[in-house]
Design a binder for this molecule. Structure first.
Ligand SMILES: NC(=O)c1ccc[n+]([C@@H]2O[C@H](COP(=O)([O-])OP(=O)(O)OC[C@H]3O[C@@H](n4cnc5c(N)ncnc54)[C@H](OP(=O)(O)O)[C@@H]3O)[C@@H](O)[C@H]2O)c1
Length: 255
């Protein structure tokens, strides 16, 4: 039997990209899924079809993670459908790509609300539904961050700062939730060629440079990130708490 068989996971922003790969990876291990999206219902439904082919249940829920009332409603649906939650993956993100001198308060707030603050209500609701199973698992909360949390990337100030705040929040949640058996960690990913990258004017340059500088000799994929999610959900990772795990093929250690 697979270790995570029968567990319940909620993945935000799971209709496409990295979130979709994470949801599919968990489904391949027998985990039942709640996939969240914001705008593109058809993409989320397509992903749900793929997930159900793994033989697990999949609930599709629209909610803007930055809106507390929508998040509350989403967890109400999760409780009604499954009665508990074992794994929360906070993956949804958005942002405005502009140089610092063009950023407005609205841009800043947008990135902070979706990318950083959302983890707080998500974790508050999720942790209430965790530990309701056999008592052996507790729960896992994983947030997806980027190298821009600790590095200056062109036009990335608002998103980078929000990811830095996210990583700090993870450490504080980890301290508060560890006594309840909930592990909270963050995966800091290098550049991944998803639809999100199309918003960067210098997308090709980013991908070329990343490839050249990555010791592993290739770009990381959504599946690479999903593999690390699985690793951190494993019982053997239960003493990894409040950590930022970098998944970038060695890119960031290069001088
Ligand atoms: N791609 C990269 O190079 C890279 C690198 C490092 C880290 N990351 C991180 O990895 C995560 C996923 O990135 P990605 O490249 O896979 O993104 P993506 O392809 O742009 O997908 C974003 C997903 O988030 C959903 N979403 C956006 N805003 C939302 C909101 N307010 N509430 C709920 N759902 C929302 C989208 O749903 P709809 O389509 O329905 O709007 C979509 O499912 C993000 O946290 C990102 O910062 C990405």
């Amino acid at each position: 039997m697979k270790e995570l068989d029968g567990r319940i996971a909620l993945v935000t922003g799971a209709s496409r990209g990295i979130g979709k790969a994470i949801a599919l990876k968990l489904a391949s291990q027998g985990v039942h899924l709640v996939i969240n999206y914001l705008r593109k219902r058809s993409r989320a439904e397509e992903t749900a079809v793929e997930i159900r082919k793994c033989g697990v249940r999949c609930l599709v829920l629209q909610a803007n993670v930055a809106k507390d009332d929508q998040v509350e409603k989403m967890f109400g649906e999760v409780e009604k459908e499954f009665g508990k939650l074992d794994i929360l993956i906070s993956n949804a993100a958005s942002g405005v790509l502009k140089p610092t001198w063009e950023l407005t308060t609205r841009h800043w707030q947008w990135a902070m609300d979706i990318n950083a603050r959302a983890l707080l209500p998500l974790s508050q609701h999720a942790s209430k539904l965790m530990g309701r199973g056999d008592g052996k698992f507790g729960g896992r909360i994983l947030a997806v961050s980027s190298l821009g949390a600790v590095r200056a990337i062109d036009n990335y100030a608002a998103v980078g700062a929000s990811k830095a705040a996210l990583e700090s929040l993870v450490r504080h949640l980890a301290v508060d939730l560890a006594p309840c058996g909930v592990n909270v960690n963050v995966i800091q990913a290098g550049a991944v060629d998803t639809e999100a990258l199309k918003f960067f004017k210098n997308r090709d340059e980013i991908l070329d440079n990343t490839l050249k500088r990555t010791p592993a000799g290739r770009l990381i994929t959504p599946e690479d990130v999903a593999d690390v999610v699985l690793l951190l959900c494993n019982n053997k990772a239960k003493m990894i708490q409040g950590q930022t795990i970098v998944v970038d093929g060695g890119y960031s250690i290069r001088a």
